[in-house]
Design a protein around this ligand. Structure first.
Ligand code: SF4
Length: 346
């Protein structure tokens, strides 16, 4: 390995929605005896999911397999309304860790379908976020993945028309479809700034700044993470000579050289990024590129906040908890998801 320098895209890695979801599930692990159940992977990252599995979390794809009275978390990607309703039967303790920005898209689908719109939804078939969002109004939503898919929509039925999207698409992918949709449907309605979330666009913009300077771009993240895959597309489109996605440092090839650009998907922890730098061992070290500072904080899900408030009350009347020794709501704001995972790993 003779890597000269690493250009480190900033921001990268955990976004506010992922922080919220990981910390919420970590709270569940602290509060309830195992097993805690989680509908779908809490976030699409192998490393994160494995830590939770080691702490007694069971991930399921069917909420009916979760026993009555068991604690159940719904993942960050959002859940179909009928699945959530089913989950809340049989006295399960259900806490929904959906990212508020995904909830916003669910809301848009609900409102537009009620107003009689047909909805073009740009997303990836089978991705959990797309499945959950489309299920809000299945009779009104048409999935498109490419500009050509717009031709397959029954145009005669379309008046009025709205254009919504999965939050984690690549900006290029979205723009190609948007440009064509505007031509086909001149009265198209869409949310002011579209549905791609701030975390997705910030990570892509930072990576776009370094891709053309890199001999190789490494994207840390899992193959089933939509925003991670979007980052690989951005790097290729912006001139990186070679783009590699890795789950961890162990997958980094030994023969890299020159300048390496490095970033991570929104569900990949920064500790993995720094392990990659350690492995690359760049002669001139690393330089952070990008000047957007993300300060968003999403508080715990409402059901969990109620639970934490009950714990505060219990502490006030003298109940002692093994693993929580200060106001949990203050603690949630102070701690980050990497700390939560580290505490679970110890
Ligand atoms: S990538 Fe965007 S939509 Fe997804 S969890 Fe993060 S902030 Fe929320």
């Amino acid at each position: 390995m003779s890597v000269d320098k690493v250009l480190l895209a900033t921001p990268r890695g955990f976004c506010a929605g992922v922080e919220k979801a990981i910390k919420a599930l970590a709270w569940m692990v602290k509060i309830f005896p195992p097993p805690v159940y989680c509908y779908h992977e809490i976030v699409h990252n192998h490393y994160v999911v494995e830590i939770f599995k080691k702490n007694g979390v069971i991930f399921v794809d069917d909420v009916m397999t979760v026993p009555a009275f068991a604690p159940l978390m719904l993942s960050a990607h959002g859940t179909a309304p009928d699945v959530e309703e089913t989950a809340r039967t049989n006295y399960r303790v259900v806490i929904n860790a959906v990212c508020p920005l995904v909830t916003k898209v669910h809301h848009e689908v609900k409102i537009r379908s009620k107003k009689g719109f047909n909805i073009i939804y740009v997303g990836h078939s089978g991705h959990e976020e797309a499945v959950g969002t489309m299920a809000v109004a299945p009779d009104s939503v048409y999935l498109v993945e490419t500009p050509d898919d717009l031709e397959k929509i029954p145009v005669a039925d379309f008046a009025p028309t709205a254009l919504l999207a999965q939050t984690t698409l690549s900006q290029d992918e979205w723009k190609d479809i948007l440009d064509k949709a505007i031509i086909k449907h001149p009265d198209l309605w869409m949310p002011n700034r579209g549905d791609l979330c701030f975390a997705t666009t910030n990570r892509q913009d930072a990576l776009a700044q370094i891709s053309h300077m890199a001999d190789t771009v490494i994207v840390v993240g899992s193959a089933n993470s939509s925003n991670t895959v979007a980052l690989t597309k951005v790097a290729k489109a912006r001139g990186a000579k070679q783009v590699i996605r890795v789950n961890s440092d162990s997958e980094v090839p030994d023969n890299l050289s020159g300048v390496v650009g490095l970033t991570a998907g929104a569900s990949a922890p920064d500790e993995l990024v720094f392990k990659v730098i350690e492995k690359l061992d760049p002669i001139k070290g690393y330089e952070e590129v990008g000047n957007v500072i993300e300060e968003e904080y999403f508080p715990p899900p409402p059901e969990l906040r109620e639970l934490l408030k009950a714990m505060i009350k219990a502490v006030e009347v003298g109940v002692k908890f093994d693993k929580v020794d200060k106001n949990p709501l203050d603690f949630d704001r102070e701690i980050n998801a990497s700390n939560s995972l580290a505490l679970l790993s110890n």
